[in-house]
Design a binder for this molecule. Structure first.
Ligand code: GUN
Length: 293
């Protein structure tokens, strides 16, 4: 099929660009960009994602540091680790992998991260900058989605973009980016969520449909318009005894059924996921280059 939005390939191109920028920085005597990650506990998905992010760093020539804290760690101890990273001049950017255990106040954690090192773009200062189209860090998944659209030359101006899911990490910020007076952007955006009444009808009206609700194969062929662009952010683990891991990833879209109707569609895996990882690296590079602050 030639209508695939190949996130793996696009992310590889972006990583090559980042690796070249690192070489240029080092050629003028700068240190390597340094990304740190704090991981609390042993949630299977989070461990996999954070390890992958650390591997990505090595691939593009970044330094990386993983701080792995036990599930029962106190909120105060976590805050201490955040302060150390905030104050460490060698660390250019860092993330605290979410979700956090229930006894930890996520809001307090996000607020504690220095905005100019918040390469996840979750701090309210970065969220505000995004709303105003000011420089700052964009959250990696929405940033990856708009890059995927841009690098495939997809027209967005005046289009109806329907976003399903209003999370702080994906749905809400991508709805803002797609509505901005920019490219990609200038869409008329409808943000759907669990209380939306006529979801099917709204999805049928979408020129660009962005699905981030975490329900495997929720979007079926009768819910999409012929020729639409389909972006699938879902990555639910479903049991698969034929795999060594015992699971495989499933998107929010029934790919087999929907792909024949789409002008472009992202696969799962290999669509939005690799783009998210690439954009975290991009934000870290931008932290070093002083582009965001
Ligand atoms: N959990 C799921 N996605 C993300 C992300 O982009 N950043 C962090 N820190 N945690 C996540």
């Amino acid at each position: 099929m030639n209508n695939i939005l190949d996130g793996k390939k696009t992310a590889a191109t972006i990583k090559d660009e980042i690796a070249r920028a690192v070489e240029e920085l080092q050629a003028v005597g700068s240190k390597k960009p340094h990304l740190a990650a704090i991981l609390v506990g042993n949630d299977g998905g989070s461990v996999t994602y954070v390890n992958a992010k650390m591997r990505d760093c090595a691939e593009v020539g970044f330094e990386s540091t993983l701080i792995h804290l036990e599930e029962s760690v106190s909120e105060d101890k976590l805050m201490e680790e955040i302060k150390k990273l905030n104050d460490n001049p060698d660390v250019d950017g860092f993330i605290v992998q979410l979700p956090l255990p229930k006894h930890i106040n996520e809001k307090r954690v996000i607020m504690a991260i220095r905005p100019d090192k918040d390469v996840d773009g979750f701090h309210p200062q970065n969220v505000g900058n995004m709303m105003l189209n000011f420089p700052g860090f964009l959250p990696a998944t929405p940033y990856g989605i708009v890059q995927l659209i841009k690098r495939h030359g997809i027209e967005t101006s005046g289009k109806h973009c329907v976003v399903v899911g209003r999370s702080h990490i994906v749905g809400s910020p991508v709805s803002v980016l797609m509505a901005r007076n920019a490219y990609p952007g200038n869409c008329t955006v409808t943000l759907c969520h669990s209380r939306t009444k006529n979801l099917k009808e709204l999805c049928q009206q979408a020129d660009i449909l962005i699905c981030a609700l975490g329900k495997p194969e929720f979007i079926q062929a009768d819910m999409v318009k012929e020729g639409s662009v389909i972006i699938d952010v879902g990555t639910t683990r479903v049991p698969d005894s034929s795999r060594k891991s015992g699971f495989r990833l499933k998107g929010d879209v029934d790919f087999e059924a929907v792909a024949p109707k789409a002008s472009f569609i992202t696969p799962v895996p290999g669509g939005v996921g690799p783009m998210t990882r690439a954009m975290l690296l991009k934000n870290t590079l931008e932290a070093v280059q002083g582009k965001a602050y």
